[in-house]
Design a protein around this ligand. Structure first.
Ligand code: ARG
Length: 465
């Protein structure tokens, strides 16, 4: 049988392999709610403009409501022969209301339809993602406040560098999540224009009201150029870019959890809720959720790369290649949603080993910079020279196999005679973090102030809805 939608021109149906490569219903069925919403708004506009009768519009609207409830109930029969969600809905509408269904497609095309549907879908994804990252920030800031004074080793090159607080470390991810949310919000602003009414590519001769359909769907305005409207997928690319960066942040954090929970390091413990055991090694407690968060990043970055490559060779306007925009993006958004929720759960769950953290924070002469700073501050030695003096003191401690604060004062004075007992007080990890009061520094009072400010801000945001 030739196709119902374009059978006028066609004598034969498609080859099986043609149908197989062309079909998109398995993916775009997830756009059903957006497709139906856009059709309802379109039909109402057509009636308001006198392009179809009010009666037809009413029947179309009712039929579309029935279809939505059939899909929600699971009783809708998605047909692969009908290719995509648009034709599945239209065909069912014809069964339900008869000839009037054929008037719905006046002054539009599947090209502006799919662009509209997917914009609405991605907009919903952005809103859900924003809420999930706000939850993530809330849990991070709550734990940061709890651990504003918990000292842990800070690393560069994964080598113990200077003591920091665990709260400070967690707050770093609050800032990253804030930028992630900012990128999603930016993408949303540019996304929020309506392609509907661009029709196939050139616009239409019917006196449609694109402003009305845009408004009805919550868009800020109609897109200004019909060719651009049907062929633009920047909104997917931008959202995927934001998702790729956000996933990368989550992956870095996941990697830290993997490191921290390793028995070799032992800074943090996850409960049974966020670990798995081994089928052979009874002692194992594996951070699978963190590892999977790390791995899901591959899907998200992969989806971005894949779509960039799909788009890069496409002339204006619509090309069927663009049908490939949805599957990878939907999977990527799903992966990000899982990843952020899993990280939120792990942050709530994790328990730092404070005693171990404190010991580790002081290992590797982590307070050497504090001694150098003391020499600069008290003895007015230029920092470069203080660095050198401290280096010699560290070498002496290392030779004796003791920590910096365990080195006798006399051994320090052998290097720099003016060093007094006061300097020793600077060498504890607590004193070290307490002294880091510069803006953005790790001092416990900074960290609690930052955490509290974020919690207030998040609460306010939530109230504004
Ligand atoms: N399933 C198509 C897609 O996702 C809908 C648009 C089809 N348009 C067309 N001219 N064949 O892109």
């Amino acid at each position: 049988m030739s196709n119902k939608m374009w059978g006028g021109r066609f004598g034969e149906g498609p080859d099986a392999i043609m149908e197989e490569i062309n079909v998109s219903i398995d993916v775009d069925r997830h756009l059903h709610a957006q497709d139906i919403a856009a059709s309802k708004v379109h039909a109402a506009m057509l009636a308001a403009q006198g392009i179809i009768t009010a009666d037809d519009a009413k029947n179309i609207g009712r039929g579309l409501d029935t279809i939505l409830s059939e899909i929600r109930k699971g009783s809708f029969d998605f047909k692969r022969a009908l290719e995509d969600i648009h034709m599945n809905v239209e065909s069912r509408l014809a069964e339900l209301i008869g000839a009037a269904a054929g008037r719905l497609h006046t002054a539009r095309s599947r090209n502006d339809q799919v662009a509209t549907d997917f914009r609405l879908y991605v907009r919903d994804v952005i809103d859900q993602t924003d809420a999930a990252f706000a939850d993530f920030q809330r849990v991070l800031a709550t734990r940061a406040l709890e651990h504003a004074g918990t000292v842990m080793p800070g690393f560069t090159h994964l080598q113990t560098a200077q003591p920091v607080t665990f709260g400070h470390h967690l707050m770093a991810y609050v800032e990253m999540a804030a930028r992630d949310r900012g990128r999603f919000a930016d993408a949303r602003k540019r996304l929020n224009e309506s392609p509907l009414g661009a029709a196939a590519l050139a616009g239409t001769s019917f006196p449609i009201d694109r402003g009305a359909t845009a408004k009805g769907l919550g868009f800020d305005r109609p897109m200004a150029n019909s060719l651009d409207a049907v062929s633009d997928r920047d909104f997917v690319l931008e959202t995927l870019s934001a998702a790729a960066i956000a996933s990368t942040h989550l992956s870095r954090f996941a990697e830290e959890i993997v490191i921290w929970t390793s028995p070799l390091v032992g800074l943090v413990r996850l409960s049974d809720k966020f670990t798995t055991g081994s089928s052979i090694m009874p002692q194992k407690r594996n951070p699978d959720a963190a590892e999977l968060v790390r791995a899901k990043t591959g899907r998200v970055v992969g989806a971005l790369t894949a779509l960039l490559i799909v788009m890069k060779g496409l002339p204006l306007a619509y090309q069927k290649d663009m049908q490939e925009d949805k599957q990878g993006a939907m999977e990527a958004f799903g992966a990000l949603s899982l990843a952020v929720r899993a990280m939120t759960g792990m942050v709530a769950d994790l328990v730092p080993d404070e005693a171990r953290m404190k010991v580790a924070a002081g290992e590797g002469y982590a307070t050497a910079t504090d001694l150098a700073d003391w020499l600069v501050r008290t003895l007015k030695i230029p920092f470069r020279d203080a660095h050198h003096v401290t280096g010699r003191i560290v070498a002496a401690a290392s030779k004796q196999g003791v920590a910096l604060h365990e080195l006798p004062l006399s051994a320090m004075q052998a290097v720099e005679p003016r060093i007094t007992r006061d300097a020793l007080a600077m060498l504890s990890v607590e004193a070290s973090v307490k002294s880091r009061t510069s803006y953005g520094g790790t001092a416990p009072k900074n960290v609690s102030a930052q955490a509290k400010a974020w919690l207030r801000r998040l609460e306010k945001e939530q109230k504004l809805g």
